[in-house]
Design a binder for this molecule. Structure first.
Ligand SMILES: N[C@@H](CCC(=O)N[C@@H](CS)C(=O)NCC(=O)O)C(=O)O
Length: 201
């Protein structure tokens, strides 16, 4: 498999899942500020010009975080990346969607790329911070008393981790349960390995 990624981006979440499963893959690092993701050769693989992309051995390109994470969980069921319990599995999918679509797509997209939202970047960044803060409070209530996002470790944790990592990066304080979750994730061998490989100590 070929994995297209950028260190410290949302692809870090998929990188963690690949390591958790113990898959062998070729990593291709894209430099987003330099525009690698908009070059014709990459757009031929992923027309949306986003990372992560996972190209399977038969050449199929999976181009969406939720899609890749779900594919990994279903393709490697023995790793139990989605709980057997259907209610918990549904909660994991809901958390995955909330982290990628809402916390990433609505909050951090404003914080990291405010120019996409109009002429007042400072107001957009502030709005992004406010959306993120409120969303982390919601997650904090949901994960209270659990070891991981829905109880057992799942694909939801990879998504929650990368948005927590971004909060940490921009100096945003996480509420208590999210902060504990973030520390617990950072203690996992696969997460430590991924962070080291991506250049974080
Ligand atoms: N729909 C994609 C979006 C992922 C996404 O926004 N990735 C960011 C990096 S964290 C990206 O590729 N940004 C480049 C761009 O949007 O131009 C997914 O969920 O995987």
């Amino acid at each position: 498999m070929k994995f297209y990624m950028t260190p410290g981006s949302c692809s870090t979440g998929i990188h963690i899942l690949l390591e958790e499963i113990g898959l062998v893959f070729e990593a291709y690092v894209l430099n987003l500020p330099r525009g690698d993701h908009l070059k014709p050769e990459y757009l031929a693989i992923n027309p949306q010009g986003t990372i992560p992309t996972l190209v399977l051995d038969d050449g199929t390109a999976l181009t969406d975080f939720v899609g890749i994470a779900t594919w990994l969980a279903q393709t490697y069921p023995r790793r139990k990346l989605l709980p057997d319990d259907p209610v918990l599995a549904d909660e994991a999918r809901a958390m995955l969607a909330f982290c990628t679509r809402h916390i990433h797509g609505e909050a951090f997209r404003r914080v990291f790329t405010p120019d996409r939202y109009g002429p007042d970047p400072d107001a957009t960044i502030a709005e992004g911070h406010a959306i993120a803060a409120s969303a982390f409070e919601t997650v904090d209530r949901e994960i209270a008393g659990r070891e991981y996002a829905v109880g057992p470790f799942s694909i939801a944790d990879a998504a929650l981790f990368y948005v927590e990592f971004w909060a940490d990066k921009i100096g945003m304080a996480l509420p208590l349960n999210c902060s504990s979750h973030y520390q617990r994730m950072k203690a996992r061998p696969a997460v430590r390995q991924v962070l080291a490989e991506e250049g974080y100590r």
